[in-house]
Ligand binder design. Structure first.
Ligand code: ADP
Length: 397
């Protein structure tokens, strides 16, 4: 934007479902008219070709569903079309301040009236939901310094492990599912799309970790890559992304205030996070202990198990485990102390492509009576009988 000196008429073409946000200058009114197409201001249609006068300092937006051309005459403080928002991805080693920076960017954007989508790909330390998941949620208000990210209706996919090396292929598939779902939601929500997203990533930046970062950058079509405190990672990404002209790679200093956490502290933080899911940050939630028959629930794990019998393979080839195969699991004492996800899938073959409703924690398995006791956020029936297990355990303390 910028404030023009002389009164200059300019035309702005708006693509379908985009918005032109305007702040009329301090000193003079703004004249505006619809040249062609259809457009509205906060729900009210603009009449064609008639000049409208807006007084100084007024802030408003012209939105078009199907495309329009607007003509403006006068000084505006800022004006920009908001069809595709920035897609910022924050990368860097563990404890470089990625989650913190993501949070700051989201809060600043929310404070300005945007509704950015927070995407958290860090399965080690989930800030949207429990560890072992990738998730997304719209941020409509600056993030509460105590409560953190609001937990209403996040979009969550369950990976089931705290490190991606357990099943790299599954991690990639879920990242793709999540981005596809967000893309679909953006199609129907111009405001979200215009607000863009902030994507937090894992601290694993070497080898496969680096491949996964690139995969995330490309899958989410990130156009700004913020690299925290790592010269080498920054130059590698700059180099590999230079053929993708719409991507800016920016190196930022790691804040001196970031606290380093060792593996043990990290493990503890995971455990607290799971506790928080069931009991709330300050014990303000009352989870419910439920009992079900083995026959009422269907537990699946993803990956493992041979893909094809040896006899069906070329001589000398080893049967590879299919990393995204959904395998039914018998309920037995191995499930004790596992955190299971409750899938929204309607059929077992939808498990990978479905997000999850929430989690349960297995507190007892009675083999004799074929009963499973579990902790759930509430009493009553689970939203689905399909449960997913991974390697995520928790010891209630
Ligand atoms: P990453 O996501 O890269 O692993 P985080 O953003 O989670 O790193 O930061 C690590 C820890 O440091 C967190 O507990 C965070 O709250 C804390 N932290 C970050 N910046 C500051 C700061 N400026 N002062 C104090 N603590 C900070």
């Amino acid at each position: 934007g910028g404030s023009g000196s002389a009164s200059t008429i300019k035309q702005v073409k708006l693509e379908r479902e985009s918005e032109l946000r305007i702040e009329v200058g301090n000193d003079a009114p703004l004249r505006l008219r619809l040249l062609n197409g259809t457009a509205e201001i906060f729900g009210t249609e603009l009449p064609p070709e008639i000049w409208l006068n807006f007084p100084p300092r007024l802030k408003f937006a012209v939105f078009t569903w199907f495309g329009a051309t607007i003509e403006m005459d006068g000084a505006t403080e800022t004006d920009y079309t908001a069809d595709e928002g920035p897609r910022v991805i924050v990368v860097g080693p563990t404890d470089s301040g990625k989650s913190t920076l993501s949070r700051m960017l989201l809060s600043w954007a929310a404070k300005q009236g945007w509704k950015p989508t927070f995407v958290d790909l860090d399965i080690g330390q989930g800030s949207i939901t429990i560890p072992g998941c990738i998730a997304a949620t719209p941020i409509e208000m600056p993030i509460d310094p105590v409560e953190g990210i609001p937990l209403e209706m996040p979009l969550v996919y369950f990976y089931g492990h705290a490190t991606p090396s357990n099943n790299v292929e599954l991690y990639k598939v879920l990242v793709k599912e999540l981005s596809g779902m967000i893309e679909r939601q953006f199609t129907g929500n111009a405001e979200s799309r215009a607000s863009g997203m902030v994507i937090n990533t894992m601290g694993w930046i070497e080898g496969v970790g680096y491949d996964l970062l690139l995969h995330a950058i490309r899958t989410f079509k990130a156009n700004v890559v913020l690299v925290l405190g790592q010269e080498k990672l920054c130059s590698m990404l700059k180099d590999v992304l230079k053929s993708e002209p719409k991507v800016d790679v920016v190196k930022l200093q790691r804040s001196g205030g970031v606290v380093s956490r060792n593996a043990k502290v990290r493990q503890k933080a995971r455990s607290y996070r799971i506790r928080e899911y069931f009991y709330g940050l300050s014990n303000d939630l009352s989870p419910h202990s439920n009992i079900a028959n083995f026959s009422d629930l269907f537990v699946y794990r993803v990956g493992g198990g041979p893909q094809a019998p040896r006899s069906a393979l070329p001589i000398g080839a080893e049967p590879a485990a299919d990393p995204t195969r959904v395998v039914p699991v018998n309920i037995n004492r191995d499930l004790l102390h596992l955190v299971l996800a409750v899938s929204f899938a309607k059929e077992p073959d939808e498990i990978i492509s479905s997000n999850v409703a929430g989690f349960i924690y297995v507190t007892d398995i009675d083999i004799q009576r074929k009963k499973i006791t579990y902790l759930a956020p509430s009493s009553g029936e689970l939203p689905s009988k399909y449960l997913i297990m991974g390697s995520l355990t928790w010891l209630e303390t």
